[in-house]
Ligand binder design. Structure first.
Ligand code: HEM
Length: 229
């Protein structure tokens, strides 16, 4: 092997389930934003007809709610994997969240003022903080979404959820506030997406170790600094 050849260590960063859940959540969030903005401002109306069959708003609401429950289910499973996964790399990242040295090193790296600090986990603390914020936003949008849901569908699941979450609706000051909170949280999620994509692309260019494709293929390639003669 020539002295200029590089050796890489291949490590599995994201398991098939984690990758699958990432993409289900990504596509459901895109759909929820689009359909949610339609529900807030119905910019299309079906042709007026004598027979009332063109329930476009109701269809949007139905699909919005289905995607919403899909997001809730997948988010539960994802949380479960965070705590139970055999690979400890995500949980280790949580332990570095309050490490100021790594925070400063990472900020310097983002500002092109220093090398990437050594991290033990899969996410740096700024990244972990951003994902934690997204998780909290998804929790808020899900809880407020469920409250909006049981006001539209009163029987079955709606009845059960109504009995469980009525206290939260009251604590938030009523349905109007819940709706506003659901809407504002949507905008916070909308802001997260371009920043997330920008950071992934930035990292892929600055540290080309397969970090971006690992959410598709699962693997990351780290260079092993071997001593050659
Ligand atoms: C990323 C997740 C979500 C986003 C971005 C989102 C976005 C939105 C937006 C913007 C609205 C319109 C609010 C307004 O009137 O100003 C809305 C309405 C609504 N959302 Fe969501 N939502 C999400 C998740 C959910 C979930 C998890 C559920 C329930 C399971 C849900 C159920 C509803 C319902 C029932 C409405 C009201 C429909 C109506 O007024 O008839 N949403 N959503």
């Amino acid at each position: 092997m020539g002295s200029k050849d590089k050796i890489f260590m291949r490590t599995m960063t994201f398991s098939p389930l984690v990758r699958l859940f990432h993409w289900i959540r990504a596509f459901s969030i895109f759909f929820l934003i689009f359909s949610g903005f339609y529900l807030a401002y119905p910019f299309l109306t079906p042709e007026v007809s004598a027979t009332p069959t063109n329930f476009l708003y109701a269809s949007f609401r139905s699909f919005h709610v289905m995607a919403g429950f899909l997001l809730i289910c997948v988010s539960f499973f994802r949380l479960y994997l965070f705590f139970t996964s055999k690979s400890k790399s995500e949980r280790v990242s949580a332990s570095e969240l309050f490490n100021m040295k790594i925070w400063i090193g990472q900020i310097k790296n983002y500002l092109f003022l220093g090398a990437h600090p050594h991290i033990k986990g899969v996410y740096n603390p700024i990244q972990f903080f951003a994902y934690l914020t997204l998780a909290i936003l998804v929790l808020i949008v899900s809880l407020t979404g469920v409250i909006l849901y049981y006001h539209v569908y009163h029987d079955g699941l709606g009845g059960i959820l109504g009995a469980i979450f009525k206290w939260l609706e009251v604590a938030l000051g009523g349905l109007a506030n819940v709706r506003v909170l659901h809407h504002i949280t949507t905008w916070a999620i909308v802001l997260f997406i371009p920043v997330h994509v920008y950071m992934v692309v930035w990292n892929a260019i600055k540290h080309p170790d397969g970090g971006a494709d690992s959410i598709v293929g699962g693997f990351r390639y780290q260079e092993i600094k071997a001593k050659h003669k």
